[in-house]
Design a binder for this molecule. Sequence first.
Ligand code: SAM
Length: 222
Amino acid sequence: MTERDSMHAYYCDRAPYMAKGLEIAPSGQVVEIIAELTAQAKGRAVLEVACGTGYFTRFVGPVSRRTTATDVSQEMLGVVRSLQIPHTRLLHDDAYRLEKVGEERFDFGCAMHWVSHIPLARWAEFFTAFHARLKPGATVMLVDDIRRPDDADPWYSKLATRDTYETRHLPNGDDYEIVKTFFSPDDLRTLLEPYADNLQIRYERPRWWLTYNVRDSRYKAG
Ligand SMILES: C[S@@+](CC[C@H](N)C(=O)[O-])C[C@H]1O[C@@H](n2cnc3c(N)ncnc32)[C@H](O)[C@@H]1O
């Protein structure tokens, strides 16, 4: 399991604050995203990585044939467990390894507000582990933030890693430095090109969302 680095500590400590978000009814773009997610998940075997408090899992699980939702934070998983989501098993698993998922291969994979936290040096590591758990041609849906012009969180890059970071503050008084990448549509096309067929990107503030089919590398030219 991943050591408790700054990202891990941030989300463990943030879990009780994020849980309050479950009380707010989805609105605007989130309603559209949930409609697409549930349409894709319907009747399928679903793998969701970095599920957090289960904000989206609670819509996906009930319509799916079965859902496996994973997160590295036990605190987050404790919140999801309390929701008792039908057809859903929860796994404490690192998204870069997904070792506990087992032999099952899924029809649909999703990750909400996760890929912006992947250091660029670990991008291939994550997608290799993730796609290995999906069937060839499986559908993937990813959603993440577009930075708001009025966003107050300090945002900066480091030459050493070429990643961008935010300093996040929590009501407990602590500050945490986390990787946070705000992708352009061209960034997403370039990064996903090796893996994705039928890539469809919607880039509309406050979030982008995309779907693609996992390319079957057995039939890759060359
Ligand atoms: C921004 S939250 C997104 C939660 C949820 N998907 C949502 O949209 O509400 C990011 C999540 O990634 C999880 N996370 C961070 N590092 C991880 C890792 N290495 N493996 C799995 N999950 C991780 C955190 O615990 C947190 O729940």
